[in-house]
Design a protein around this ligand. Structure first.
Ligand code: ZN
Length: 458
């Protein structure tokens, strides 16, 4: 945990204790205490019952049992009795700006549409989302920085790997790799990483996958150059690689993040993770499990009807219903393998973050919603609800170097979700969202919902 932000606390103590405040120390302005909730801190510790969270402007100043937290005179009070508060969720793997109603592709990718997606994440209690290599053009880094500077208080933070780095065969005009730099040589790899570093990207995305033998995958000498150049510039490398042999080679080469769960796990892989304890795995279990488990479509969960048009919901329902039995059987086997792998990595203490691949080009990975099915998937795979919540909050924030997010603790940004039920009792209670706060301010979910479901078309 980070040390207390002494400047902030000092400021609070001054504004709380000096009455009237000294003229050269203006009162803090917006100090609010949120009282009475059960607070799940996000670090795996026991929840704080009947808690108080003291928020100074956009930051959490104090957290503890109600009565044990000193509240400055004049602080606003918000009664959260009967609710459960969790940290803002963090989706560490998504694709932003592509999906729009029945279409999903680069034609939808505009600044306004990226922003719409960041509002959708916020609606679902997701405080930050990391786009994994599908951004292109000039809109992304400007908007990323504007959101970061607080210009859009209702938007989740937009993190991005910018353009990914892909081998030639991966890049097709109609897939998300169209955005990628084509990497044919070591020099290509280094130039692309340099350009991304200049745009303040923190994580570089690449792909090492032969797509069932249909493409020539990125060879070791090229991904080694990507990793080397990235590390020289203090960037980290996230890789799409699901094959066991590739995963082992990438671990040995020093890769930082697996963007998806690896297809198989054996003793040697577990051993390699122990030798590289900082290397993280993002779950992205949603695709495989949705094929066999999507009860939230029958009936459709309100959060989906509030954010997704009926024809898009119908298409997914039809798609799942029309699946041939063999495909379903394969899907079940695939899910069982991935779930067993997650259990093994989790038991071995491997860092597992929650990534969802939300917004992907299939068109049914609904933005924001996938975060809530992903934590359910993690529990179905064998994590406890508390572990799944840590994965989706603190661990994901750490993997993305988001110091301000991840837990409800002094010094953190005041990003939290108020739930009407306890997700430690049933992980699907993360969907019982009453309110969302980002940077200390309540997100206007009613206005967003009206925009998506009303006559106004975005
Ligand atoms: Zn992806």
């Amino acid at each position: 945990m980070r040390p207390l932000t002494l400047g902030l606390l000092g400021h609070l103590i001054l504004s709380a204790c000096s009455s009237p405040p000294a003229q050269d120390t203006p009162p803090s302005g917006h100090v609010t205490v949120f009282e009475g909730a059960r607070v799940i801190v996000g670090d795996g510790s026991a929840p704080i019952e009947n808690a108080a969270i003291l928020v100074d402007n956009d930051k959490i100043a104090r957290v503890g049992r109600r009565g044990a937290v000193e509240v400055p005179a004049g602080a606003a009070r918000v009664d959260l009795t009967g609710t459960t508060v969790i940290p803002g969720l963090v989706d560490a793997h998504s694709h932003i700006g592509y999906m729009k109603h029945l279409t999903s592709g680069p034609q939808n990718y505009t600044r306004e549409h990226i922003l719409d997606h960041m509002y959708r994440f916020a609606y679902f209690g997701v405080a930050a989302s990391q786009a994994m290599g599908s951004d292109f053009g000039d809109a992304w880094y400007g908007l990323r920085d504007e959101i970061q500077s607080g210009q859009y208080p209702d938007a989740a933070r937009f993190l991005t790997a910018g353009r990914g780095l892909a081998p030639e065969d991966e890049v097709k005009p109609d897939n998300m790799r169209h955005a990628a730099y084509v990497i044919r040589t070591e020099a290509d790899a280094r130039t692309a990483v340099q350009e991304l570093a200049e745009r303040n990207v923190k994580i570089v995305k690449t792909w090492v996958d032969d797509r069932g033998g249909s493409v020539r995958k990125l060879p070791p000498e090229l991904y080694t150059a990507i990793i080397d150049e990235a590390h020289k510039r203090k960037l980290r490398v996230a890789v799409h690689a699901t094959g066991l042999a590739d995963a082992k080679a990438l671990l040995r080469a020093g890769v930082d993040i697996f963007a998806h769960m690896i297809g198989d796990v054996d003793d040697e892989l577990v051993e390699l993770f122990k030798q590289h304890p900082k290397t993280a795995v993002l779950s992205a279990l949603g695709g495989p499990r949705r094929q066999i488990y999507a009860p939230w479509l029958n009936p459709t969960h309100p959060l989906i009807t509030e954010t997704v048009r009926p024809e898009q919901i119908k298409r997914l329902r039809d798609r799942l219903a029309s699946e041939i039995p063999e495909a379903r059987t394969r899907g079940e086997a695939n899910w069982a393998r991935l779930a067993a792998g997650i259990r093994r990595l989790n038991d071995a203490g491997v860092r597992i973050g929650a990534g969802t691949d939300g917004g992907g080009q299939l068109g049914d990975q609904f933005i924001g919603w996938t975060m809530h099915t992903e934590v359910e998937n993690l529990v179905a795979a064998g994590m406890t609800p508390a572990q799944a919540l840590v994965a989706a909050t603190r661990t994901s924030a750490e993997i993305l170097d988001l110091d301000a997010l991840g837990t409800i603790a002094p010094g953190k940004s005041a990003d939290f979700v108020v739930l009407d039920a306890n997700p430690l009792d049933d992980i699907t209670n993360t969907r019982r969202i009453a309110r969302v706060y980002l940077r200390g301010k309540e997100v206007d979910r009613a206005r967003m919902r009206a925009g998506w479901t009303g006559a106004r078309v975005n």
